[in-house]
Write a protein that binds this ligand. Sequence first.
Ligand code: TRP
Length: 336
Amino acid sequence: MEENKEEKKRMLSGIQPSGDLHLGNYLGAIKNWADRVNDYECYYFMADLHTITVRQEPAELRRRSLIQLAQYIACGLDPEQNVLFLQSHVPAHAQLSWVLNCYTMFGELSRMTQFKDKSSKYKDNINAGLFTYPVLMAADILLYQPDYVPVGEDQKQHVEITRDIAQRFNSIYGEVFKIPEPFISKAGARIYSLSSPGDKMSKSDPNGCVFIMDEPDVIMKKFKRAVTDSDTEHPVRYDKENKPGVANLMNIYSTLTGKSYDEIEKEFDGKGYGVFKPAVAETVSDALKPIREEAERLSADKAYLDGVYKDGAERAAYIANKTLRKVYKKVGFYQG
Ligand code: TRP
């Protein structure tokens, strides 16, 4: 009997090359990406075109675009099984973006929350790219006809507008674009800042943030300074409401060791934060060490990383150009 092999669903996501991945990125998302290839055909790209909507230092942007690729591969994203590429290497993104600009309304772009936030934050540089950012993102997505777009909560509105633009285009020209769904992953831990456990871990708060490239002594220092509480009676106890700092450390420890909160409470029964914090720090150090070392090794191998980007761009362009040709034809661009 012939095997009826179902086609895998396609998934695509963009990541701004802002460098410096941290423990929150790793435990919250990246760690789970490696396994996605079992169920999905995965495309990931570094959204360098998007980054220049805010002024960038060119040398830094170049450096980060490479180091971030090294870090993702070191975290387990296999460049053979996943298509990894740099947005600016595939011209179809900018090309489709122009076309879609003409099918996106000024009014709907004015209502985007990210535009409102960023234009009030960068008052001296409210450029047109900041305004049309969602159109480029729609082009990024629609070129690949993906079923799912994994994004964080803050980017959901951009996937919504992508769907609106695609539907508008399809209603004029027929079924050109697949209508993608946002994919909000349930897997992954939500990690908070070590210095202010009410906030998400973020690189803008370097004291409360453990970077995946941090050396063990730096990691130890950050954990020793982690905010906890003055509970001496029963310190290592999971109570998110009243002991958010401890809950965060327990969550980190639990995610890395697979131990339950009960088991952790027993393990540290009668022990204080002076024992618990260094134990968490060491577990984190041990987990990050192979990733850091591999990322360092890969970063030094520019030829390899260039090769990954080149191969990724070819594989991506093959799919993207198919969609672009169809769009050009539909809107009436003469193709000879
Ligand atoms: N805007 C996204 C962010 O800042 C990055 C991004 C660009 C993206 N293009 C995309 C995400 C396409 C998903 C799909 O996080």
